[in-house]
Design a binder for this molecule. Sequence first.
Ligand code: N01
Length: 537
Amino acid sequence: MSNAVPAPAHSLDAVVIGAGFAGLYMLHRLRGLGLSARVLEAGDGVGGTWYWNCYPGARCDVESMQYSYSFDEDLQQEWTWSERYPSQPEILRYINHVADRFDLRRDIQLQTRVQSAVYDEARRLWTVSTEQGERLEARFVISAVGCLSAARVPQMPGLETFSGRWYHTGNWPHEAVDFSGLRVGVIGTGSSGIQTIPAIARQAAQLTVFQRSPNFSIPAWNGPLSAEAQQAWKAEYRQHREKARTTRSGILYEYSTRSALSVSEDERQAEYERRWARGGANFTHAFNDLFFDARANETAAEFVRNKIRGIVRDPAVAALLTPTDHPIGTKRICVDTDYYATYNLPHVKLVSLRQDPIREIVPQGIRTECATHELDAIVFATGYDAVTGALERIDIRGEGGRSLAREWARGPRTYLGLMGAGFPNLFTITGPISPSVFTNVVVSIEQHVDWIADCLKHMQDKGWRHIATDEAAVEGWMAHAQDIASKTLFGQANSWYLGANVPGKPRVLLPYIGGLGNYTAICDEVAADGYRGFQFA
Ligand code: N01
């Protein structure tokens, strides 16, 4: 296929797609191996998710001291965070600092969106084409496209007729957006909506929230991070990181070893209160069976429901905000600042789309079955075609011209989330069926990048140029992942983890739920066993 096109201008060892946390660290490791590499990035700047998600209130809900690279001791010692949870601008400053500190920019090409990647079996080379008309040849293609980067604006008739401006949280403009004095509508109440709703409410004259499903959210209790607390953490940074890597989520939560059903009601409530007062997703680890036992889960869910009823003054609004359709934690738990209390403000209105669905968007706003809501701006906080979307939007052709998107039409199939059968020399950092979005993604990224870099080093040492996996390895991994998933409550929610938010997307648990520590042990064992399940040439 690639013989039919003019000779590519550039020939490289590796092309990396995406300049977020994953792409930057991958480039650093590739350089360390003496390999030539170029990172292609669609945005105007580095940062990936943290470049695009600059909506009001955007913040990470993993704590600052843990949501950063660990690969360089000097880097982690010298960087200073200002708050318990890092804001989007602060994370973006950090990523830019990393790009400069490791002199990465000279191999990063911005404003370059990859259109296709086609494998030439005879020459064992990938040809990567960009929307800008460039063509690059490389032995390896490494996807660092991110799990939450294919933003989704749902089909809503009439959007093009809307007379105001509309936005998606995952594709926010970089110039200032000022909602002062405006009537704003927000559609969606996932993590992004729950963060941006209180922030927009502080600015807008009127805010209408269009909620399809209510969500569980735990207060962040964000605040300044003292120099003393930071210094104390840094004194043991290495040990903290090592321990985090062995945990289920790559985060140093307090993981309980007790069942919620093994303690008295008083003890249970006291534990939930203690965790609520501490804040954050640590709440869902209060007992060790909350993700596995529906009765145990219900005790935590009901605790949070009671909190919502206690915060929201209007009982009818509180009832609409109270989730009853999924076990707590089986949709990504949200972490907020003043989310539920925002509905006590006189200029904030909640519309339940379960009772009053959106019929169309009209020039003056949103028309639901029962009313026309006049708006000057609409914010879509409607999420992503998660985990697979960004990869499938690239026309990837492997052996025999097979299309990745077509192969995955009934759900993604990978070995360890790192590679698919028929797509040699194509690695997927935080790819489907790896722990990725169930974890502190920076930790998962480092684990994948290190594993890939070590594998490439192994290939260099052996003089090999080609790595592939096969259907048997993929089948074994998929069966193992599904077996573990079937023992959890995750199947009971219509979540993006399962692709349920995208009409027609197959229902497959996209991340691996076996835990990061266990997963890392499996990957290390595969490597130690001569890269079992991979073939080299
Ligand atoms: O997206 P979501 P998100 N009509 O898919 C609704 C990470 N993240 O951007 O639940 C009306 O979770 C949809 O309703 P329903 C984090 O991993 C992290 O908020 O499908 N509504 C839902 O309410 C997170 O999980 C951070 O019924 C529609 C919402 O839109 C992930 O990103 C911050 C609709 C989408 O929620 C994605 O979060 C932000 C329609 N047609 C994000 N379609 C932090 O670290 C969808 N919805 C803090």
